[in-house]
Design a protein around this ligand. Structure first.
Ligand code: SF4
Ligand code: SF4
Length: 147
């Protein structure tokens, strides 16, 4: 009786193609709606930290001075919230799974030397302008005191 019950399924499986994929020889096809994992176009990041504040799991770190963006992939739950919040749209979800690793470690991305140098120059000019504005204000205040 039980044999009769499973016979149609067994027959169907006999004529079906194997369900297994020939990975890595065949490109994997990810199911509709699979989230994948977070990636970054690091040179477009402005180190604003909005993704860090949005992450519900504390998986992200941003170091503005070093020009780095770091993700702890073991803490990331692939919710995609950081991607939604990034004002520069430099975060995105890439389909596919993480490469398995033997140890728990973070992934750190660093801006290119050209971008770091341009940011440093912007900071230098901003600091110079702020110092000039402060000096002008102090000079004006001192003039007003005298007068
Ligand atoms: S996908 Fe979600 S959990 Fe992962 S880093 Fe972004 S906000 Fe955090
Ligand atoms: S929100 Fe976007 S631009 Fe801001 S620090 Fe995160 S990745 Fe960079």
């Amino acid at each position: 009786m039980a044999l009769m019950k499973f016979a149609p399924e067994a027959l169907k499986n006999l004529f079906m193609k194997p369900a297994t994929k020939m990975y890595p020889n065949e490109e994997p096809v990810y199911p509709e709606g699979s989230r994948g994992h977070v990636k970054i176009s690091i040179d477009d990041c402005i180190s604003c930290g909005m993704c860090v504040r949005a992450c519900p799991n504390g998986a992200l770190k941003v170091d503005r001075n070093a020009g780095t963006w770091t993700i702890d992939r073991f803490d990331c739950i692939a919710c995609g919230y950081c991607v939604l919040k990034c004002p520069k749209k430099c975060l995105f979800m890439e389909k596919g799974y993480q490469v398995p690793g033997p140890e728990k470690k973070e992934d750190t991305y660093t801006k290119s030397p050209e971008v770091l140098a341009a940011e440093e120059e912007k900071r230098r000019i901003a600091a110079m302008k702020a110092a000039e504005a402060k000096a002008a204000m102090e000079a004006k205040a001192s003039e007003e005191k005298k007068g």
